[in-house]
Design a protein around this ligand. Structure first.
Ligand SMILES: Cc1ncc(COP(=O)(O)O)c(C=O)c1O
Length: 435
């Protein structure tokens, strides 16, 4: 038996894998990864795969990154963890200060996963309105096809039927407004004009319901989980104006798009907008350790600052502000500073976009790019295209994870020209096999 097979068998016996119908692994075996280096993952039998999805969109500067690794090792020799209620430590203070100066928001509240950050932002918004004497503002809205995580609160503002429908009786209801996904624009309509048309629909909804609305939560610029739906920044700008006009919070879920993914440090910057809450996770530690955070305005923070305990934000997770995770995040931010990452990514993005021109000969549509995210939709009648394409790519050394018929690249930022060529050529061959 190969090492791969041994590990797969044991995993099938012992592990319940996420977002998976486990029985499907009878046909589609798990891939046991043993090590990582740069953009490459290596399995237990020594096969290598380019990690074109950055391990679920978390990895920024490659696997086995020496700088992030060293920072964690150093922290490990000092303090691995201490509870953050009643205690503090230098990595969490330093990280909060740096995130504050990057976002223009403050008082970072920590958790470990993206969905927990969504929960925190929703609860804080709801609680803010109670603390300020408007408890009737207890409803949330999100975009059609939104994804904000899968815990119950986050699922309540998520709009993906396959994740949500089973749990519908457990969820708080929220309303969805039209998505500015520019694939849905009329023929001849610009992405900006379509975004503004969708913002008009938002305004109609908010004007009618603002008295009961706490917050509008968005994934700025790219709705990743629904298939890398991209939209014009004019939507975010108008959403900010509408939320201001009607006293509704704007929550920017930058869990997937933050930390340079869309071409700027944070996606909201491209709209010149400061949200009331920003949710960050995934790339925050360069893909090393689980960490998420929510930063908010002084106005929100001050509404909780009171002699009354219950006016405080009584929410916690055991590993809140874990020092090892904070040290990984600080090393990640240091790389942004010293390596001029945002500018360098522009060259990387131009090079990969250029190489992707060969894919335009395939039956595809809606080729799109935003910063370090690329996507296109394959025209195919094959109902199992995503699985077939995944398997064909894997057999040739690329980890692709199409979403339905949408093929996308979200590679680590350090991908080089040779790796890009390999990625594009393998993707082309895999699509041709899977059509
Ligand atoms: C926009 C967005 N929000 C929230 C989440 C949930 O994050 P996590 O999977 O860490 O709970 C994700 C995950 O993909 C996401 O893309």
């Amino acid at each position: 038996m190969t090492k791969n097979q041994g590990l797969v068998d044991r995993s099938m016996q012992a592990v319940w894998h996420p977002c998976t119908q486990m029985k499907q692994h009878e046909q589609l075996p798990l891939v046991p990864i043993q090590s990582g280096e740069g953009v490459w993952l290596t399995d237990a039998d020594g096969h290598r795969y380019i990690d074109a999805v950055s391990s679920w969109w978390v990895n920024l500067f490659g696997h086995n990154n020496p700088r992030i690794k060293d920072a964690i090792k150093q922290q490990l020799d000092t303090l691995e963890h201490v509870m953050l209620a009643g205690f503090t430590h230098e990595p969490v203070v330093e990280l909060s200060e740096q995130l504050s100066s990057l976002t223009g928001l403050g008082h970072a509240f920590y958790a470990s996963d993206g969905a927990s950050a969504t929960e925190i932002a929703l609860k804080m918004s709801f609680h803010y309105w109670r603390n300020t004497g408007q408890p009737q503002k207890d409803q949330f809205i999100s975009l059609q096809n939104s994804y904000h995580g899968e815990t119950l609160g986050a699922l309540g503002v998520t709009d993906v039927a396959i994740f949500k429908d089973t749990y519908a009786p457990l969820l708080s209801q929220s309303a969805q407004v039209p998505s500015p996904d520019f694939r849905l624009a009329e023929a001849g309509e610009s992405a900006e004009a379509f975004a503004l048309r969708c913002a008009d629909a938002l305004e109609v909804y908010v004007a009618a319901h603002h008295q009961t609305l706490a917050a509008f939560i968005i994934e700025p610029l790219v709705q990743c989980a629904t298939g890398m739906a991209m939209y014009d920044s004019a939507y975010i700008k108008r959403a900010r104006e509408i939320c201001d006009q009607y006293s509704v919070h704007l929550i920017a879920d930058e869990i997937a798009v933050g930390f340079g993914r869309t071409g700027s440090m944070f996606a909201c910057e491209q709209a010149g907008v400061k949200p009331d809450f920003i949710c960050l996770s995934k790339g925050i530690t360069g893909g090393y350790l689980p960490l998420s955070t929510v930063l908010t305005t002084d106005t929100v923070y001050n509404a909780f600052y009171d002699d009354s305990t219950v006016k405080g934000f009584l929410h916690s997770h055991s590993y809140t502000g874990n020092p090892l995770a904070c040290s990984a995040a600080l090393a990640t931010l240091a790389i942004f500073k010293t390596d001029d990452v945002i500018n360098k990514n522009k060259q990387t993005a131009a090079a990969l976009s250029d190489k992707m021109q060969v894919l335009t000969h395939l039956p595809i549509q809606h080729m799109r790019n935003q910063g370090m995210i690329w996507a296109f939709d394959v025209k195919t009648d094959n109902a199992s295209f995503s699985v077939d394409c995944f398997q064909a790519a894997l057999a040739q050394g690329v980890l692709l994870r199409p979403i339905g018929s949408t093929v996308y690249f979200m590679p680590p930022y350090i991908i080089n020209e040779t790796e890009m060529d390999f990625l594009v050529q393998t993707t082309k061959a895999s699509i041709e096999t899977a059509l």
